[in-house]
Design a protein around this ligand. Sequence first.
Ligand code: HEM
Length: 510
Amino acid sequence: MDVLGFLDIKGWILLTAFSLLSVYLYFKWKFGLWKRLGVPSPNYFPYIGFIKAIRDKGFAELDVELVQKHGKLFGLYFGNTPSLVISDPDVMKDIMIKDFSKAPNRYALINRRDELKHSLTEVVDDHWRFMRNTILPTFSSGKLRKMTPLLKVKYQMLMDGLKKRADQGEVIEFKEVFGNYTMDVIASLGFGMEIDSQTNPKNSFVKYAKELFAVDFNPLIVLAAFSSKFDAVLDYFKISPLNNRRIMGFYQSAVQQAMEMRDDTDKNRKDMLQLMLNAHTDTDSNEIEDKHAYKNPEEWKKRGLTVDEITGNAILFMLAGYDTTSSTMTFMAYNLATNPECQDRLINEIDSVLGEEMPTYDNMQKLDYLDMVFSETLRLYPPATRTNRCNSEEIVIDGVKIPKNIELVFPIFAIHRDPNYWPEPEKFDPERFTAENKANRHPYVYLPFGHGPRNCIGQRLAAMEAKCAIVYILQHYRFVTCEETEIPLKLNKEALVSPANGVKLRLEKR
Ligand code: HEM
């Protein structure tokens, strides 16, 4: 049958022109949102322009540049997703606190179909409120205090490994060392598994975790991230790069085995897995956060977490807590080595307050200067370059009506490097975090852990984990630079900031 014959040549020309015009008008409309709303927006080529810029410069550097050029409110298109980038602290505060009910969820750039879809970052609305309320006691100060003995085993193992290398005068790459430490901690606290990544870096737990983190920008990932339909097809054939079934399967069976093997003795183990198993009967409170009121309370009776929810959250805790905490520790070591006067002051504080006492959750709270160094490290190098929310209804920002379902981006790294809030932003200066200086600053220009009800639930665990290990090292050694130390430090280009080439230092006996 002659399928082309139903139109003559003129008809074909008209149909082609009409189709091209329709496509052109659709894209003009789709990528014209910010112009229609009068919000400034850089002129990137549709779909790929912004992605290319991220690839070339990385999230951190690009956001700094864009905020400097376009100001506190501007629009972008991440693929075809409109994103509103907001760095005005008052507006951020409104969205994260006052108008929380209008934007309680994160914007899901990736459609999760794996175990993580049951976890805290992915669930929405009342399901999220239920899960957050249930998990909150796991991160109370009482529970963190009880986790200290498990943590102590891990920072002593870290020290044992470091001692040999330090005493031989070895140059040590700290990103790897602290990565192994945080992996051991999360395996123990999150999965109830005792591994030793320092001496056995090839164990399956570590191997799969590294695979999970080594997601590079291959074309399949870009396509999958841009089209959930395309990712669904890949997922059907079990080859989705974003929903990696093979790796998730490993962690799923690790959690299930750990749960099946729990006997009565384990039930007293103070790790997050056991705490999640017991969570529905726990009345402990998390002092830094209130319980969240449900929109439809009658639907959300108190219940235990399902196996899927426990599995999803154990995997999430590993994803959210591994690289972020190990990068923070690495940056801290770098900052101390390159600022010896700060390191001396910190060592004096540790000696006078702790002496030879082992670090614990409680005694870490007494070290004020340590907290200043920790906070300034997270200001200068916040591991999460951005966080986001999604407005489930129309909101008005600076008089502009923003339609619902927009990605509202908070560019953490760029805000932390903004000279309007942080004079000499590139300088490492813990004095920025004296009580007086903190009181004179808008609290929302500092957000390494986000803000509001949807902030980082693991922030106190991360602080305890990082501080205990760094203090224990400083009770014996000091960090010193060497020829191999890269100064200034080059950052990677990923959404999670870490040193591009690691951090090489020596440890000097005190
Ligand atoms: C230095 C280390 C860490 C940094 C810088 C960090 C940073 C962040 C940031 C920026 C957010 C988004 C907050 C927001 O949108 O307002 C977040 C969320 C989250 N973090 Fe962390 N994090 C760290 C360690 C941890 C650890 C150790 C855990 C758990 C073991 C953890 C678990 C989570 C979870 C579950 C969420 C999602 C909370 C929710 O949606 O309700 N994080 N984190």
